[in-house]
Design a protein around this ligand. Sequence first.
Ligand SMILES: [Zn+2]
Length: 265
Amino acid sequence: MSRRNLLFLTMLSAVLAGGTIIGASTHGAAQRRATPTRAPIPNDAPPRPENATACNYQDPIDYLVRENFVVKWRQSPEEQAERRARHEKAIRWRTEQFGYFEGFGQASWNASTPSDNATRAEFMGLPVRLNSKILPALACVEEQIRAECGERYRPGRLSGLRTRNTYHNGEVSNHVYGIAIDIDPNLNTCCMCVAQWGDHPLCQREVESIYERMAMPSCWVHVFERFGFYWLGRDALQDTMHFEFLGDPSHILKTQGVPPHMRRE
Ligand SMILES: [Zn+2]
């Protein structure tokens, strides 16, 4: 193994151990290969089939989607102010629903922490710690994946709740609320997360679709997305391993009715 490969593997292990790290050090940039180009994201979700599960289909709530609140330098001051307000609203929603995480929002919004509300669950036969409120949605995702996507992909590792925030830019990761799940972080890339990830062979290769940069089948993405999970592969980070529940947890089950943000009067 060359020194460069060794360096790459060491850095990759650090990324895998710590998850998404934004604004990480650019140390070693001189040895780095080209920054990966963004992979095109196909608009290929098939029509939603008849829903035989116990859960409602639901879309993510708009202001919870990262792309809708991240502030970018080229935006006007008005746009930036609007986005900051949306971000505050998203932090308040997550705190009230899932628990208070120190440093984000106010402790008075929720007396419990995300760790208090987390449960050890199982997804596709693997253990994962997540907020108990979202588990019914995940169970419906599993049921539908098994019915629709076949057995050709079996994940080997999951990552759920974290007690440390891995964003370094004032944002808070949905992992700290226990509402995000990473699937096979070593196989499903995040080419724009940190420079080190960008050196991964799958990130370096020009591709026609983001699906070529991951091991998980696109069928999994389509199923997760029907049940209120947002796939961070769509985000500027292109984090293909990561799904986060951005729906309304009080309307996951059909017995709870269609979520208000999905109602058409
Ligand atoms: Zn993640």
